[in-house]
Write a protein of this length. Structure first.
Length: 367
């Protein structure tokens, strides 16, 4: 892709087509000191109040810059690399990190060691890249102080508060409002599908874990849905179209949200999976459609619960696991409190936090 000129008109050539760049689009992007605050990168002028009849009087490409004289008297030098990146309409930081599908054969994924200055280090950048690749990361030797999970989360972005609080304690208790607060086996699931929007990232911090059970289980929902798409396209299709009702009831709140089990983006690629069959309610549909839907849900449930897609490991005190709740399913094996204690603390953050941190660190280390 490249920027080209023809008679004071500017064109974008992506190798397949050539498109003229509107003069006003270029005028909006002038970045001289009188037009742009260098610290915030915010404009010092309001383009919505400008006369739309902007014309390029003169243009030339020189030393990697597009030099433009506009008819309103403004002259500017625009970085061609930045223009090409922006005009291609691609997020070069996040979307350039490819998702790596995985199943039970996943081995030797890198763990990260917590240390002084970790939050602003190159290792934190590497951690976030790995997170976007695999959908989860494990950080070792994090201080086991009470509520340290909040400090950790806020180092990436802002904690997403829910009705469970700023953070929550994962341990067995009487009269729980969620099965997570029992000793029962938890099948692979995504958290909070009844919320709108669904929390993006869950962070769990292991404080105590001296029981023989209580192993953490993870399933790559991206790998599962891609397998379903390949092997059972009819099942995949109906799970991307039928919206089901997810509902959560507590003493002080009733949360409800309608959504598909598999959500696709604008290009029909994987975006999000919701799977929590203890909480979903299928709408009334024609019998033939429901027959297909129930078969499809059974198939994806079989995948989610199979040994083929699940990994299992035990968190030890000082471990933090950070999981993409839009991609990964997580669960837990049962445990017995007569053997000891299992105590984790958790919280949520959203993707804008991890994305913002990643862009900041990429800029900081000129990556």
């Amino acid at each position: 892709m490249k920027i080209e000129l023809n008679e004071n008109k500017v064109f974008f050539n992506n190798g397949e087509s050539v498109q003229e760049i509107h003069p006003f689009w270029l005028r909006e992007r002038v970045d001289g000191d009188e037009f742009l605050d260098k610290g915030t990168q915010q404009r010092l002028f309001d383009p919505s109040t400008m006369n739309g009849e902007i014309i390029i009087k003169k243009a030339q490409i020189k030393n990697g810059f597009l030099e433009v004289d506009f008819n309103d008297g403004v002259n500017s030098k625009l970085d061609i690399t930045k223009l090409e990146t922006e005009f291609s309409n691609k997020d070069t930081v996040i979307k350039s990190i490819p998702k790596k599908k995985w199943d039970s054969t996943l081995k030797n994924i890198k763990n990260f060691e917590y240390k002084e200055g970790f939050f602003e280090s190159k290792e934190m950048y590497d951690l976030l890249v790995s997170f976007y690749e695999f959908g989860f990361v494990v950080i070792k030797n994090v201080p086991t102080e009470n509520n340290y999970i909040v400090k950790f989360a806020n180092s990436i972005g802002s904690v997403r508060r829910t009705n469970f609080g700023e953070h929550f304690n994962v341990k067995s208790k009487s009269n729980p409002n969620d099965l997570a607060y029992t000793t029962l086996h938890l099948s692979p699931h995504t958290d909070n599908p009844y919320r709108n929007p669904v929390p993006c990232i869950q962070i769990l911090h292991c404080i105590i874990n001296d029981v023989s059970g209580g192993y953490s289980t993870l399933v790559d929902g991206y790998a599962v849905t891609e397998t379903l798409k390949e092997e059972n396209p009819e099942f995949f299709d109906i799970l991307t179209k039928v919206k089901v009702r997810f509902k959560f009831i507590d003493k002080e709140v009733v949360l409800e949200n309608w959504s598909e089990l598999i959500t696709l983006d604008e290009n029909n690629n994987f975006k999000q999976v919701r799977f929590s069959p203890r909480l979903d309610f299928v709408p009334i549909l024609k019998k033939k459609e429901l027959d297909l839907y129930y078969k499809a849900r059974k198939k994806i449930s079989d995948f989610n619960n199979s040994n083929k897609f699940r990994i299992e490991f035990k968190l030890i005190p000082g471990d933090i696991i950070m999981m993409d709740n839009h991609r990964l399913l997580h669960g837990r094996t049962a445990y017995d409190t007569n053997e000891g204690k299992r105590f984790l603390q958790g919280c949520y953050i959203d993707h804008d936090s991890s994305e913002g941190k990643l862009r900041h660190l990429k800029r900081k280390f000129s990556l």
